[in-house]
Design a protein around this ligand. Structure first.
Ligand code: HEC
Ligand code: HEC
Ligand code: HEC
Length: 141
């Protein structure tokens, strides 16, 4: 075997395969930067409907864009299970104001305060139904 073969077999080959795999896993004709769920957490936003409909959370905004580590939230503040916090009676604004849940950071210092910009987190009933309906109902009216 000459050096070229070794180069292709050991380095270039796996790279080409990895590249093809990434193209297959993502939208084939997307101009967007590929989003890696292993590195940045689930792509789908988390939506809570209790006690109020609906609050949204995006991993991408917090990990890829704000640069937070998984541990910042998944070492005590939140379970790695969508809908888990929603089962707690104290998943309320009062808890947020006391520094629990989102309030651990949304205190006006680390991130915008929980008593401001309500609609950044609260997308409301209509937007929620649109998202849910948009996944199931056919396009049209
Ligand atoms: C800023 C806070 C925050 C950070 C940082 C964060 N997560 Fe999460 N994660 C959440 C919240 C909130 C939930 C939903 C928990 C709930 O509903 O009780 C969640 C849920 C999850 C879930 C479960 C999703 C499902 O559908 O059940 C996974 C998996 C997960 N996170 C992985 C990660 C990984 C991997 C990272 C790091 C790359 C990460 N998270 C970083 C807040 C965060
Ligand atoms: C570990 C810290 C941390 C936790 C916990 C956290 N956030 Fe954030 N969040 C940030 C940071 C940092 C930013 C980016 C800076 C900013 O927007 O003030 C951000 C940004 C956001 C934004 C983006 C606003 C915009 O217009 O771009 C929303 C919405 C948001 N967070 C919602 C939530 C919700 C809902 C929760 C709880 C389920 C939560 N966050 C928990 C740190 C956190
Ligand atoms: C950082 C994100 C965030 C911001 C900002 C925020 N909320 Fe919330 N809010 C939540 C979360 C999380 C819940 C609990 C989940 C749910 O009800 O779907 C909640 C629940 C609520 C509830 C029902 C529970 C309770 O405390 O009575 C009300 C009412 C509410 N928010 C009002 C507001 C108002 C008004 C503002 C602006 C002044 C605001 N929220 C700003 C995240 C936020």
């Amino acid at each position: 075997m000459n050096n070229r073969h070794i180069f292709f077999g050991k380095l270039l080959g796996p790279l080409v395969i990895a590249g093809a795999l990434m193209l297959t896993l993502n939208h084939p004709v997307s101009a967007e930067q590929p989003y890696d769920e292993d590195t940045y957490g689930p792509a789908a936003p988390i939506l809570w409907t209790k006690p109020v409909t609906a609050v949204i959370f995006n991993h991408k905004r917090h990990t890829m864009e704000a640069g937070l580590e998984c541990d910042s939230c998944h070492d005590g503040i939140f379970q790695m299970e969508a809908g888990s916090a929603e089962g707690n009676d104290d998943f309320t604004m009062d808890s947020l104001y006391k520094g629990k849940y989102c309030g651990a950071c949304h205190d006006g210092q680390t991130a915008f305060a929980s008593n401001s910009r309500c609609t950044s987190c609260h997308i409301g009933v209509q937007a929620y139904q649109k998202r849910i309906g948009g996944q199931k109902a056919p396009k049209g009216h």
